[in-house]
Design a protein around this ligand. Structure first.
Ligand SMILES: [Ca+2]
Length: 294
């Protein structure tokens, strides 16, 4: 008896029929009634989805939160990644220049983001986006609403871009392609930068470069702006003029090699943090950018 019981539990944790989940009716209705999807298609897709418990673990403990700045920095700011980034800039100099001219985002910043997100396209994620967004959308205790909304966006994206909804892959959180855009960002900010009439973040490095620059521009990137300024504790005021509001500047503290480093995050720091809401992420982009400039 005990063995059979365990076997059933085990099976439930591996395959969950998400067409049958108590929250799925809202998703199915929205897709059918608001977006014109065929109901049997949606149900069939949700039946095919598989619950992946490791995604719930990962989303609860992202590297940005569990790792110290020293650890995080050690992963991304190292010789190989800097060298690969410099090679990437050489190889794609024309399109990077076009993005810089159009959106005023320096080529090193775009390249640093690609380097941190996917190691310049070498690691775009191996999870089915469908499994990520159903697992997190139906079973994540904290952010299920957000991921359910992304699941709906993913249905729309795959229909618009003619992607196979059962095969499209991404990160554990459903981020896709060279630039790791989630579905709503893909639909809203990804652009066709190689002019072939199709927005393709999976195969077109040109589209990914243009899309990152477009995203940053829309999220407040300033041509003459700064990412961060070095600061010192209790000395924050020195770095902004009296008429400027304090809320525009983010005081940042990082412990690096046992020492406290203080910075003020500026507009362009904010724009990067909109890409991935994390101070250590934005700081790693800044550090890698500076290395790529050398
Ligand atoms: Ca294209």
């Amino acid at each position: 008896m005990k063995k059979i019981f365990l076997l059933i539990i085990f099976n439930l944790s591996v395959i969950a029929d998400y067409s049958d989940h108590k929250e799925s009716e809202i998703v199915i209705n929205e897709l059918v009634n608001q977006h014109g999807f065929d109901k049997s298609f949606v149900i069939q897709v949700l039946k095919n989805a598989q619950r992946r418990d490791e995604m719930l673990e990962s989303v609860a403990n992202p590297a940005e939160k569990t790792k110290t700045w020293d650890d995080y920095k050690a992963i991304f700011i190292k010789k190989k990644r800097i060298q690969d980034g410099q090679d990437f800039i050489k190889k794609n100099s024309e399109v990077l220049q076009k993005a810089e001219d159009t959106y005023h985002v320096p080529k090193e910043v775009i390249t640093a983001i690609l380097g941190i997100e996917t190691n310049y396209g070498k690691n775009m994620g191996n999870f089915r986006v469908l499994d990520s967004l159903t697992t997190l959308g139906f079973d994540d205790p904290r952010r299920s609403k957000f991921f359910r909304s992304e699941l709906i966006q993913f249905f729309l994206l795959t229909r618009e871009n003619n992607l196979d909804i059962l095969k499209t892959k991404g990160s554990y959180a459903g981020a896709m392609g060279y630039s790791q855009f989630i579905s709503s960002s893909y639909r809203a900010y990804a652009i066709d930068f190689d002019d072939d009439g199709y927005v393709d973040l999976f195969n077109s490095v040109e589209d990914a470069i243009g899309s990152i620059a477009n995203y940053l521009k829309i999220h407040g990137w300033k041509k003459e702006g700064k990412i961060v300024t070095r600061s010192y504790p209790n000395n924050v005021r020195k770095f902004y003029k009296p008429h400027e509001s304090l809320t525009q500047f983010i005081p940042l503290r990082f412990e690096e090699d046992g020492k406290d480093l203080h910075f003020i995050g500026d507009d362009n720091f904010r724009a990067i943090a909109r890409y991935n809401i994390s101070d250590v992420y934005a700081m790693a982009v800044y550090y890698l950018t500076e290395e790529l400039k050398k």
